[in-house]
Design a protein around this ligand. Structure first.
Ligand code: ADP
Ligand code: MG
Length: 264
């Protein structure tokens, strides 16, 4: 686990811009000159209306999207590039995939392999991608399953689990690659309300253990109680960035107040 009190910057977004083509040869700007720094051990909740660019931001950090301009560094390394003699060279697919491994990603849809058991889902990437011995990977997987409270489901198939259980497996699967940072994109949005709590509890434990986390969420209570910082995005920009108290009790922007009134 990373050290909680080391203020090292783990993720740095520097003036990033991202747009998508639309009809009429125009471009839709989805991230507009956005900057954000995240330190080791920080839990940052990102909140904002649908379409404000939250998922795209996470996808850029993972280089599932390329930037129009600006730069992203994860643990000091440029995402998708390396510096060679003062100039930037594009990384190969393989090197990019290696960079991506430092980040664990959990999506709204759990995306477990339906034909593999819970245990097999968790050991798949460590054994196939990283060449970890099956026995060692299984040991780690069982520890992670205990952490997410699903030891008894090791041999079950995803289809036999509730949505909340599947999402906890998805978290364990991401953790099995031993990531330095966890990125969550609305991990509880697809769940029935009564299953949200069990997933948030696992995420709270992870936060308390010192994991660096970016969590896109609409769960205001979680943001209030667990986040070190709350970032509010609106129309491709960060309009608020502060402690939960600052952002929820004393927002700077009228747009934040409007948004919070709608969702709280
Ligand atoms: P959020 O996660 O905050 O709801 P997104 O980052 O998913 O927002 O999307 C921001 C905007 O970018 C939306 O208008 C969306 O339709 C658009 N968008 C996202 N991905 C693409 C894409 N691959 N091509 C075109 N438009 C996209
Ligand atoms: Mg989204």
């Amino acid at each position: 686990m990373p050290e909680v009190n080391n203020p090292e910057t783990v993720i740095e977004l520097k003036r990033i811009t991202k747009s998508f083509p639309t009809k009429n040869f125009e471009r839709l700007v989805v991230l507009d000159d956005m900057s954000l720094n995240i330190k080791r051990g920080e839990v940052v909740c990102v909140i904002g209306p649908s379409g404000s660019g939250k998922s795209t931001m996470l996808r850029c950090i993972n280089r599932l999207e390329t930037l129009d301009s600006g730069e992203i560094r994860v643990l000091g390394e440029y995402v998708g590039y390396k510096e060679v003699n003062g100039s930037m060279e594009l990384l190969s697919e393989k090197a990019t995939a290696q960079q991506r491994q430092r980040l664990g990603m959990v999506f709204q849809q759990f995306n477990l392999f339906p034909h593999l058991t819970v245990l097999q889902n968790i050991i798949e990437a460590p054994t196939v991608v990283n060449g970890v011995h099956r026995k060692e990977a299984t040991k780690v997987a069982l520890e992670l399953l205990a952490k997410v409270g699903l030891t008894s489901k090791a041999d079950a198939y995803p289809g036999e689990l509730s949505g909340g259980q599947q999402q906890r497996v998805a978290i364990a699967r991401a953790l099995a690659m031993n990531p330095e940072v966890m990125l969550f994109d609305e991990p509880t949005s697809a769940l029935d309300p009564e299953l949200v709590g069990e997933v948030l509890r696992v995420m709270t434990d992870l936060a308390k253990a010192g994991m660096t986390m970016i969590v896109v969420t609409h769960e205001m209570q979680f943001a209030r109680e667990v986040a070190d910082r709350v970032v509010i995005m609106d129309k491709a920009k960060i309009i608020e960035d502060g402690t939960p108290e600052e952002v929820f009790e004393n927002p700077r922007s009228p747009r934040t107040r409007e948004f919070l009134a709608r969702v709280s």
